[in-house]
Design a binder for this molecule. Structure first.
Ligand SMILES: [Zn+2]
Ligand SMILES: [Zn+2]
Length: 532
């Protein structure tokens, strides 16, 4: 058997603080573990970004020939789940199932691949208890009143990932946390929590209880990827303490040099400058946003920024009376400093617009329009008879795109590499002037073929263009409050005027439609309208 050498891919590793070449444990294979959701509520864009980063990474590694095993866990036992279950009057397990289903619905909508394995805590009590037992046996953990804590001071390299010293952590902990007398040190964290009355509980050598949050990822990653595996991903907010604790647990139990070999962390989403998280409450759920925009627009928007950078999710709300765009403080109070009108928060929420999503939506419409035109062009003639040169930008598109992706999964650069080819193709479709007929045909053919590969890697641009554009038109009409029934009526009236050769009326109706921001295209199968 000959070993084929796979292309070199570099990625930024948080632990070393440098870009490193990916050298998997087993050549040609790659194990990826992603910290998944705690299922107690609907998802927001922060969850979507944390799932999208490994999604695109896995798609790209597979495209490059790697045999990837992708594991993402579900935290279905947790304090927040228990609290929310009480509010919704459901059993905790039932609530977790409900929101795991909702999570899948949102992620499927956004075009995320399902992981190869999706382990849940409730199905992994045995390996979790075994791992805690081995930490206790090694004096790295101790039992106290039915709880089990990790003895942080006993693990030398603690702080290596977050680059913090124990003293710094103690200082931080001292001001925040009441010192629990059962703990040897305020830094020690729970591996096992004794059950309180009425809470779900499992038997263990330390009495009935449930696992702490951190231990599950150590146990489930080694159950499905082995004690040592390649890439661990998660949001930056998980570096400390969650991932620091995962390392302490796994390396504590399995020895130095084990566990994740590359640590990949994505940046936050800033909601008008503030970090977006469930605790802030000032966020829109994924579902509220995909009711306004096609999920693919949301996906594209998230990919426009490098995964390690912060992503600003701006929103704009205009005063319903004077139409002035309100500043952040005005949005909060609902009081317009311009005209003095005060708007209820719920009404204002309905006025909100998302400039970043609008931009992504327009760009995606441009891509699909180009693909639609290219498809129509190719349908007209016979395939290119012979191989030969294609125009410069299209010829270099896929190579440039992949080069960006190989450099730390730079989707922002990769999307940028599509701009000139898109312009080149539109130019060719507008006019073939000065271009050899064969070269024109070959260039469009190559563009369509290579773009399909780009689509597979990004999980974007793969829909049927006509279907996508029609749905987008309807969503946009709903967003801007366009009366589509009236538009259809005007289009039909104009069509009738044209048929009876009443061009003055047809022109007047076209102008009326233009006033609504609508353009009409006349084709052999009738007239269709689009946004101008
Ligand atoms: Zn985790
Ligand atoms: Zn106003």
């Amino acid at each position: 058997m000959t070993e084929t050498r796979l292309p070199e891919i570099v990625l930024f590793d948080t632990l070393s603080g440098t870009k490193r070449t990916l050298e998997p444990l087993v050549p040609g294979r790659c194990g990826v573990y992603c910290c998944g959701p705690t299922v107690y509520g609907l998802t927001h864009l922060g969850n979507a970004r944390a799932a999208l980063v490994p999604d695109v990474m896995v798609r790209f590694l597979r495209h490059q020939g790697y045999d990837v095993r992708y594991v993402r866990n579900v935290t279905d036992i947790d304090d927040k789940i228990i609290a929310r279950a009480a509010e919704e009057q459901l059993a905790p397990a039932e609530l977790a199932r409900k929101y795991a289903d909702e999570y899948h619905r949102d992620m499927d909508d956004l075009g995320m691949l399902r992981p190869d394995v999706e382990p849940a805590v409730s199905g992994h009590l045995e390996p979790i208890i075994a791992l805690i037992g081995s930490l206790v046996a090694k004096q790295l953990a101790y039992a106290a009143d039915g709880d089990v804590y990790y003895r942080v001071r006993a693990f030398g390299p603690y702080g290596q990932l977050s680059k913090r010293s124990l003293d710094e952590m103690l200082e931080g902990a001292g001001s925040r946390i009441e010192v629990d007398p059962r703990k040897e040190s305020p830094l020690d964290f729970a591996l096992w929590k004794a059950a309180k009355p009425g809470e779900p509980a499992w038997d263990s050598p330390w009495g009935p209880g449930r696992p702490g949050w951190h231990i599950e990822c150590s146990a489930m990653s080694s159950a499905h990827l082995g004690e040592t595996f390649d890439i661990h991903t998660g949001g930056r907010d998980l570096i400390f303490p969650h991932h620091e604790n995962e390392i302490a647990q796994s390396q504590g139990a399995h020895g130095p040099g084990t566990f994740a070999r590359y640590w990949v962390h994505n940046g936050f989403i800033n909601f008008d400058g503030e970090k977006m998280s469930k605790s802030l409450g000032n966020f829109f759920t994924t579902r509220e946003i995909t009711a306004l925009y096609d999920p693919e627009t949301v996906r594209c928007f998230l990919l426009t920024v490098h995964y390690r950078s912060g992503l600003n999710f701006e929103l704009e709300a205009a005063c319903p009376r004077c139409d002035r765009v309100l500043a952040r403080a005005e949005q909060e109070s609902g009081a317009c400093a311009g005209c003095g009108a005060v708007t209820e928060p719920e009404l204002l929420r309905a006025q909100v617009r998302f400039p970043g999503l609008e931009e992504a939506d327009d760009r995606l419409a441009y891509v699909y329009t180009t693909l639609q035109r290219a498809g129509a062009f190719l349908d007209q003639g016979a395939p290119a008879a012979e191989p030969g040169p294609v125009l410069e930008h299209t010829a270099g598109m896929l190579v440039a795109f992949i080069a960006h992706m190989r450099n730390d999964f730079n989707t922002s650069g990769a999307l940028g590499a599509l701009s000139k080819p898109l312009a080149e193709i539109n130019g060719l479709l507008d006019s073939g002037k000065g271009v050899d007929k064969g070269a024109r045909r070959r260039t469009v053919e190559r563009f369509v073929a290579d773009f399909a590969e780009v689509a597979r890697i990004l999980g974007c641009f793969g829909a049927d263009p006509g279907t996508w554009l029609a749905r987008r038109r309807d969503l946009k009409a709903a967003r801007v409050g366009l009366d589509t029934a009236k538009v259809e009526e005007l289009v039909a009236a104009r069509q009738a005027a044209r048929l009876s050769r009443d061009f003055a009326t047809a022109d007047r109706l076209r102008a009326e439609l233009a006033g609504l921001g609508v353009a009409v295209q006349d084709g052999p199968s009738g007239s269709v309208w689009t946004f101008a």
